[in-house]
Design a binder for this molecule. Structure first.
Ligand code: PMT
Length: 394
């Protein structure tokens, strides 16, 4: 199941001529996979790199390229769009847009568009650093247009530097961010995600199956909705959302310390981490030898959420309850005993729910009762969790 935050939203994608044009095809595909309506306009030079037919096939809409054969397209297309995205944006188009020159389909459509604009520069690093290009970018940014900065890496010309067009996923995230209501604006959210590792010796540890996907989706959605987000994360392999302050930890003790250090001024704590409940009591500083029979004694790990709910000044606390079976009563008990404001129950034995998948099936429990939700993407679950918070905080 896919997140559907772009359903019924219309993106007008402007493609200009540079080698990064090939990524525009993937961008169209990804926006379509998020159920966005996509229409493409292209400059003359971009068509030397990729044909309109490719983008037409992927978008399912006619691509407009020629201002004279379709004299009204640059007015009609922007009128029906929610967002204007220029990717890749060459130094040439950036210069034209910054100075109001409108002699092609992209520049004309830009001037006729009333709404948010995102541009993703792509060029050689020396061109990107050039003061004239930087001045033009600044002009566009000062006018309220949003730059998705290029990345550092090997460039098409063989040189190395900053100039590679932002990754398609970053552009998709920026699109979602631009089209999302900022109803968490001004709020500080601390999301705690992923597993912890509790070491037996320097090379072995006890952990669990948490991938961090639930917590990272929460952080991504909170950012999109305008929150200032800190993400305390156990060891995971998912990429953190751009814009979050990330604090990496390994053990439950480190997680507790990181939460304490970052809790000041936090409005909402979302505790999606799967903290290992047990810590080896007799850590061996040397690697234990094979063949040696031993009994591993475990002690309870520090209860992080309880430590926060016991604080004099405490944030709104959202906890999770990972259960094996429909044990709602256990979740209700945790809600009361750990002093949370609400708890998100997930039965991790269900298909597509809980650990290491992109979906989840949750029930939200608070003092008013239980709200059950169907299987949905972890991003959509996150939307529901923050909607629930907003209803509570009213
Ligand atoms: O990371 P994913 O692969 O996406 O998987 C998501 C998830 C299954 C990990 C997530 O949805 C989830 O359920 N997280 C909570 C897991 C858990 O530890 O649940 P629990 O019922 O054991 O703990 C209850 C609450 O107390 C949790 O909010 C937990 O973070 C917190 N806790 C637990 C132990 C401890 N020592 N300190 C805590 O603060």
């Amino acid at each position: 199941m896919k997140p559907s935050s772009l359903k019924n939203r219309h993106v007008l994608l402007a493609v200009t001529g540079g080698i990064a044009v090939y990524k525009a095809a993937e961008l169209v595909r990804r926006l379509r996979s998020e159920e966005a309506e996509v229409t493409v306009v292209m400059t003359e030079s971009s068509q030397r790199f990729i044909t309109p037919l490719t983008l037409e096939s992927l978008s399912g809409n006619r691509v407009c390229t020629d201002i004279f054969s379709e004299p009204m397209a640059h007015i009609n297309l922007p009128e029906s769009a929610d967002l204007f995205v220029i990717a890749p944006a060459t130094a040439n188009i950036i210069g034209k847009l910054a100075s109001g020159i409108a002699d092609d389909m992209v520049a004309l459509s830009f001037l006729a568009f009333k709404g948010p604009v995102i541009f993703a520069p792509a060029m050689n690093w020396r061109m990107y650093e050039h003061p004239v290009v930087q001045r033009n970018i600044k002009t566009l940014k000062d006018l309220g247009f949003h730059e998705i900065e290029p990345e550092e890496g090997e460039l098409a010309c063989g040189e190395y530097g900053v100039g590679r067009m932002a990754d398609v996923e970053r552009i998709v995230e920026a699109v979602k961010g631009c089209l999302t209501k900022k109803d968490l604006d001004g709020l500080k959210v601390l999301v705690v995600a992923g597993p912890t590792r509790e070491y037996i010796d320097p090379v072995r540890f006890i952990s669990n199956r948490s991938s961090g996907k639930m917590g990272y989706a929460l952080a991504r959605v909170a950012l999109r909705r305008g929150a200032d987000v800190t993400l305390v994360s156990g060891p995971v392999s998912v990429d953190p959302p751009p814009g979050a302050t990330v604090v990496r930890v390994e053990t439950s003790d480190e997680m507790l310390e990181a939460v304490k250090k970052n809790i000041g001024g936090v409005d909402i704590l979302v505790m999606a981490a799967a903290v290992a409940d047990f810590v080896p009591d007799d850590y061996s500083p040397d690697k234990r030898e094979k063949g040696e029979k031993f009994t591993l004694r475990l002690r309870p790990s520090p209860d992080i959420v309880k430590a926060v709910s016991d604080m004099k000044t405490r944030p709104f606390i959202v906890g999770f309850s990972a259960e094996t079976g429909p044990n709602i009563a256990k979740a209700e008990k945790k809600l009361r005993e750990k002093g949370m404001d609400f708890i998100v129950f997930n039965d991790v034995t269900l298909d597509g729910a809980g650990f290491d998948c992109d979906t989840n099936k949750v029930s939200i429990i608070d003092e008013d009762g239980i709200a059950d939700y169907p299987l949905m993407s972890k991003e959509d679950c996150s939307e529901i969790i923050f909607d629930h918070y907003l209803r509570h905080s009213k």
